[in-house]
Write a protein that binds this ligand. Structure first.
Ligand code: ZN
Length: 574
């Protein structure tokens, strides 16, 4: 709170002063020319904090606010129109990706690669990803999670000791450059993949990570933005995707709901949402440029994350490690390299808030270089500054509370939710993995009471679980089935289904506000079970997709139950 206070006090002192000296720009022709040429425009301005109503925050893509209170922002056509109405003076800025022409490599031979002082062409990048998998088939596979609007591949290198997930392994995700003109993380992630693969069996730190985790690394989340000027150069890269949408404002927001930016989910967003849906990431980071700071949740609202103390500790560890291996001045923005997102500037639709709130995954936004497109000769230095922090942050996914939840009678894994009494809020709770029953709960040192809930089971509380820094605390538990008949009825309006009648794809909408764990069952008219699943609705207008397209037309019954009460919905398939 102190940091937020200092920031607001600072703005309220400086802003009235700078605003009064401004001269209005009335000729916007240069901005329009740039918008026409690139679909986005980059500019800076000073404004009263009152400008920051939620509408303006959504219209503009604020890039950063520097220590003098200068606001740097991008806008597409629609955003610029709204900004123009504020009648503020502004400076148009050269796109950060057009200041220098980086050295590109069109072919990279991994086996003979000694220097990382280059950016790969798009084709060389794709080739490098598949070389990793080919060179290290026992450790690495490449997952293509989808394609960008312009049909470039969204690739993930998946690294683990058996090249896939095994029961008990933590899933971890690094992704970079969802802002296409912030390319430092792009090359550093390629290098991290190479480092993990080539140091396996050599470095015990790497062995520990690769043996105990399922690591996903996506170096390039917005290839259309990065290769806006064609596949052979990152010069002229854009922040937005090819529809001029800021991908880091395009996710469902805990506060503002779906489509907070007013745009459809972009194909890039959909690919990442689908990846998050089928996996169980415990921790993640997404890399950006333009500043040097560990920016942790929340972005959307001012109250702190339940794990604020943990976030600050992990952020400090990142920054302090980077300071140790870099010249003075690196990674010192805000509170010496660490900030809460909202305390810096608020955004809606950010990926970190989405992952934290909707997927219970600790994701952070890492601003890794003030210079968005680093000269290639500096990429090696930035690797040196940061690679220990990359590894240290990953290691944190192995600490805290973990354990396996099983059915007392059958011994089978149970998908349960784990709440920490008096601590968890805003979906900071975690769930166990349905396939192996394992849960992972990174948390600050202390003593905690854990309650385990699963539909159809009696809740169980384990008190006084001690957590120490950089240690794991194991809590394995069994849950007892209630075997009880569900007799109560959930309110009819709690769940709605559309389109109903429908041709086969139904969406079950949850209209409540509190998180709810549900068992879902679809029965045919004759009473046979067509589908059985369990899911958690996050206290929010969330949908669950029911696919009956392979079934014969007719009447079906959907039974939704939370273990003590149920609702039945008639589905008509035509
Ligand atoms: Zn960014």
């Amino acid at each position: 709170m102190k940091r937020l206070y200092r920031f607001i006090t600072f703005l309220s002192i400086i802003l009235p002063f700078v605003c009064s000296s401004q001269i209005l720009i009335t000729d916007h022709s240069e901005a329009y020319r740039k918008l026409k040429e690139r679909g986005e425009v980059y500019f800076r301005f000073k404004a009263d904090i009152n400008v920051f109503n939620s509408e303006m925050v959504k219209a503009l893509s604020i890039d950063q606010i520097d220590s003098s209170g200068m606001i740097y922002a991008y806008a597409n056509n629609k955003g610029f129109e709204q900004f123009k109405d504020l009648d503020l003076n502004y400076d148009l800025l050269q796109p950060p990706s057009m200041i220098l022409k980086p050295a590109m490599k069109a072919a990279v031979d991994l086996k003979n690669l000694n220097d990382w002082d280059f950016y790969p062409t798009y084709e060389a990048y794709v080739d490098m990803m598949y070389q990793f998998a080919n060179e290290y088939p026992d450790l690495c596979t490449v997952v293509n999670i989808g394609q960008s609007e312009e049909e470039r591949d969204l690739l993930v290198a998946r690294i683990s000791d058996n090249a896939s997930w095994e029961p008990g392994e933590t899933q971890f995700l690094y992704t970079s450059s969802m802002h296409g003109d912030e390319t430092t993380g792009y090359v550093l992630m390629l290098r991290l993949i190479n480092y993990l693969l080539s140091n396996y069996g050599v470095d015990p730190v790497v062995d520990n990570l690769v043996n105990n985790m399922d690591i996903w690394i996506n170096p390039l989340a917005n290839p259309d933005g990065t290769y806006y000027n064609g596949n052979n150069t990152v010069f002229g890269a854009k922040r937005f995707n090819s529809n001029n949408v800021d991908l880091n404002r395009n996710y469902a927001d805990p506060d503002d709901g779906p489509h907070p930016d007013g745009y459809e989910y972009q194909v890039e967003t959909e690919a990442f949402m689908a990846m998050a849906e089928v996996n169980h990431f415990v921790m993640a980071a997404n890399f950006h440029g333009g500043a040097e700071v560990f920016n942790y949740p929340w972005d959307t609202w001012s109250h702190f994350h339940a794990d604020d103390a943990w976030w600050y500790y992990v952020g400090r560890e990142w920054a302090d490690t980077a300071h140790k291996y870099s010249p003075p001045g690196y990674f010192t923005d805000l509170d010496n390299g660490v900030t809460n997102g909202y305390a810096w500037y608020t955004t809606t639709g950010s990926r970190q808030d989405y992952m934290n709130y909707f997927h219970h995954c600790r994701e952070v936004t890492l601003e890794i270089s003030s210079n968005k497109v680093l000269p290639e000769s500096l990429l090696d230095d930035f690797w040196e500054y940061n690679y220990r922090s990359f590894l240290g942050y990953m290691e944190q996914a192995l600490f805290g509370i973990r354990g396996i939840i099983t059915d007392e009678q059958t011994g089978l894994p149970v998908k349960a939710s784990i709440f920490i009494e008096g601590h968890d809020m805003d979906n900071s709770w975690v769930a166990s993995h349905k396939e192996d029953g394992w849960f992972f709960r990174p948390i600050f040192e202390g003593s905690y009471d854990l309650t385990f809930f699963a539909p159809g089971y009696e809740p169980k509380t384990v008190e006084d679980v001690e957590v120490q820094t950089r240690q794991e605390s194991i809590v394995n538990i069994t849950l007892k089935s209630t075997n009880s008949q569900v007799i109560e009825h959930l309110p009819d309006e709690l769940f709605t289904v559309g389109p109903n009648p429908g041709p086969g794809h139904f969406n079950l909408h949850y209209n409540g506000h509190r998180p709810i764990i549900t068992n879902l069952q679809i029965l045919s008219e004759q009473g046979s079970v067509i589908l059985q699943d369990a899911t958690i609705f996050n206290g929010y207008h969330q949908s669950y997709h029911l696919d009956l397209s392979a079934q014969p037309v007719g009447i079906y019954f959907l039974i939704v139950s939370d273990g003590t009460a149920s609702a039945t919905v008639k589905l008509i398939l035509r």
